[in-house]
Design a protein around this ligand. Structure first.
Ligand code: 2HA
Ligand code: ZN
Length: 271
């Protein structure tokens, strides 16, 4: 392993990687990241300087099979395939890598620090980022994780109809509506890593910042990785309250529609 990290002398980039590691630690602590579960991909292009751009690749180029023209010149930090979130929390540059998109946008090459192959789901994460750049959105982070209570609720067909789960979760505590104002999109069960799952996710991200993958996990996006995490945390808190109420033997009333409307007005939320 190289002893000099690309992060040395680049405090802004180093800080971004430290925040990614912090979030990876939270995912593990919450029990949402068993074994190698979950993925993180962050667009770090704004932190890349000329010195970094001049660095050689440390592995041969990898063609992903999809051409993503809006990612020309982009750089990403990605969790490594098969790597554990709990390890990434302690040693981010040994359990993830920094990649740059090839000039013809047909793939990527690893630049630093170690030849850690990115997540198997990289093509779908990159497709999502390509869509953000195309739409001119300030979103830089994508996160996939397995939040226990939200996944449990995705096993009931009655919750999966459009915005049913969103309304239940919003009604559990006022903050959920305020801090997750778009709610939770739903993608019906698809094979992990499949094109169909990626396409369904991109479609739902037009309306939502957090998307449930039925019986699997969530995919969340945000301007930075901490905000993506916060949205999942807020939604899962509501799911936990719902389930705890059910475990006490009753159906929770939830806030009334009037109370939710009052919140929307007070916080200037879309209705
Ligand atoms: O990468 O969670 O669904 C690990 C996963 C894939
Ligand atoms: Zn998963």
């Amino acid at each position: 392993m190289d002893n000099k990290s690309v992060l040395e002398g680049r405090p802004a980039l180093e800080r971004q990687i430290a925040v990614i590691a912090e979030v990876a630690g939270y995912l593990w602590q919450k029990g949402w990241a068993e074994r190698n579960g979950g993925n993180i991909t962050v667009n770090i292009t704004e932190y890349v300087d000329d010195g970094m751009r001049a660095l050689p690749a440390i592995c041969p180029p990898v063609r992903t099979g999809v051409v993503l023209p809006h990612l020309k010149g982009c750089w990403f930090f990605c969790k490594g395939t098969g790597k554990r979130m709990r390890d990434l929390a302690r040693y981010p540059m040994e359990n993830g890598s920094i990649i740059r998109i090839l000039d013809d946008c047909s793939g990527y090459e690893i630049v630093a620090d170690n030849p850690v192959m990115p997540t198997s789901e990289l093509p779908s994460h990159l497709s999502v980022h390509n869509d953000f750049v195309r739409r001119g959105l300030p979103y830089r982070a994508s996160l996939h994780t397995h939040p226990i209570e939200l996944v449990a609720m995705s096993h009931a067909e009655k919750f999966l109809r459009k915005d049913v789960l969103t309304n239940i979760l919003w009604s559990m505590i006022p903050e959920t509506r305020a801090f997750c104002p778009k709610g939770l999109g739903i993608v019906e069960y698809r094979l992990p890593g499949s094109l169909a799952l990626a396409e369904g996710t991109i479609r739902e991200l037009e309306d939502y910042d957090v998307v449930m993958w039925e019986k699997h996990g969530v995919f969340a996006v945000g301007p930075d990785i901490m905000e993506a995490f916060d949205q999942v945390d807020v939604l899962n808190k509501s799911a936990r309250i719902y389930i705890d109420a059910k475990c006490m033997g009753y159906e929770p009333d939830g806030m009334s529609q009037e109370q939710m409307h009052e919140m929307a007005v007070a916080f200037n939320l879309p209705e």
